[in-house]
Design a protein around this ligand. Structure first.
Ligand code: FMN
Length: 344
């Protein structure tokens, strides 16, 4: 797929997730089939550029092109400065976050709270686009402020007029937070009204649901967040289904064990061992979610402090599983939506 002048292997995007889509995870998703992975949000508050967390978030060494970095904030000048700073430090695409309902972000009127103030949205978008004339700028937002105010079509038109090159829309309002299931009518409406690429996001977790959302909305691609946690190979499963109409068999336990081993090694190297072990806990929990014996295993694993302990417990769990079952099986929360939506 050609996306803003970059050749992507497909139209499957990894959604930005603070605390999840760090460089090791983005690289792994790209290796296992994602066309693009947006980095964790980087604050537009330049005073924080020096913090270890912000520096790590801006570390793209060895990352497969294109590097897309998300920025968040509500002040046009600061956002412009953040865009320039990131473009100077390796970002090939700047993504603006107007999709995050988190209190920490919304209290300062950034994230999805901004959607309430369309004049300010225009100012921010214009300032950022002007600040990085050689770098495409994309925008991620929700369907609206609340269900009475689904202003995504207006925000999308403002974006297009401001020089934003592509948009990603999460099919929920800010008030919905993460409740209920995402809807795709608003995304379809936006797609019918703008000429720039539209990426559909929200509750996409299976190959079939991806096919459904692409057909239903006419979107140019999909963005997947939570379903990829602990399951970075989801992208190759979707890619295969979109290309052939056939489902791959669930992956072999031994292969997933190998993938997780590699992921853990990257986490320890990226964060250092102490922080690496802590960050690795949540990934191990996601990889094992839904597998027999996972709850007890996770509980024990969460008490472990060292790399060796964590690795040997993980090995023991997966070797035990490989002995019992050749293939993995995971469940999907919103998969049952597809037949209902198709009947509607
Ligand atoms: C842990 C977590 C962190 C997130 N962080 C961000 C973020 O930094 N920026 C952003 O635009 N969206 C963020 N999101 C929202 C996701 O990008 C995505 O829009 C949302 O999860 C819906 O997609 P999904 O159903 O595929 O998960 C986050 C979501 C989660 C679950």
């Amino acid at each position: 797929m050609d996306f803003l002048g970059f050749q992507l292997r497909n139209n499957l995007f990894v959604a930005p997730m603070a605390g999840v889509t760090d460089r090791p995870f983005r690289q792994l998703c790209k290796k296992l089939g994602a066309g693009l992975a947006v980095s964790e949000m980087v604050t537009s508050n330049s005073l924080l550029y020096g913090s270890a967390k912000t520096r790590r978030r801006a570390d793209h060494a060895g990352e497969v092109d294109p590097v897309s970095v998300q920025i968040a904030g509500a002040d046009p000048a600061m956002m412009a400065q953040a865009a320039r700073h990131n473009a100077d430090n390796g970002a090939q695409i700047i993504d603006i976050n107007m999709g995050c309902p988190a209190k920490k972000i919304c209290n300062v009127m950034a994230g999805s709270a901004l959607m309430q103030n369309e004049a300010l949205v225009a100012k921010i978008l214009e300032a950022v686009v002007a600040a990085v004339p050689d770098t495409p700028v994309t925008l991620k937002f929700r369907t609206g402020w609340n269900r009475e105010n689904r202003n995504a079509p207006r925000i999308a038109r403002i974006a297009e007029e401001s020089g934003i090159r592509a948009i990603a829309i999460h099919g929920r309002t800010r008030a919905d937070q993460y409740m209920g299931c995402a809807e795709y009518d608003t995304i379809a409406l936006v797609k019918s009204q703008v000429g720039i690429p539209v990426i559909a996001n929200g509750d996409i977790g299976t190959p079939q649901k991806t096919r459904f959302v692409l057909d239903y909305t006419g979107a140019d691609g999909v963005m997947i967040g939570r379903a990829a946690q602990g399951r970075p190979w989801l992208f190759r499963e979707i890619e295969h289904f979109l290309e052939t109409g056939e489902l791959l068999p669930p992956p072999r336990v031994a292969e997933i064990h190998d993938i997780l081993r590699g992921h853990l090694a990257d986490l320890y190297a990226f964060y250092g061992e102490d922080t690496g072990v802590r960050i690795a806990r949540k990934h191990i929990s996601w990889y094992t979610k839904g597998l027999a014996g996972a709850a007890g295993f996770r509980h024990a694993m969460n008490q472990m402090q060292g790399v060796d302990e964590q690795l040997s417990a993980t090995d023991e769990f997966f070797l035990g599983h490989a002995a019992a079952n050749e293939h993995l099986q995971y469940e999907d929360r919103c998969a049952e939506q597809v037949p209902e939506m198709m009947a509607a």
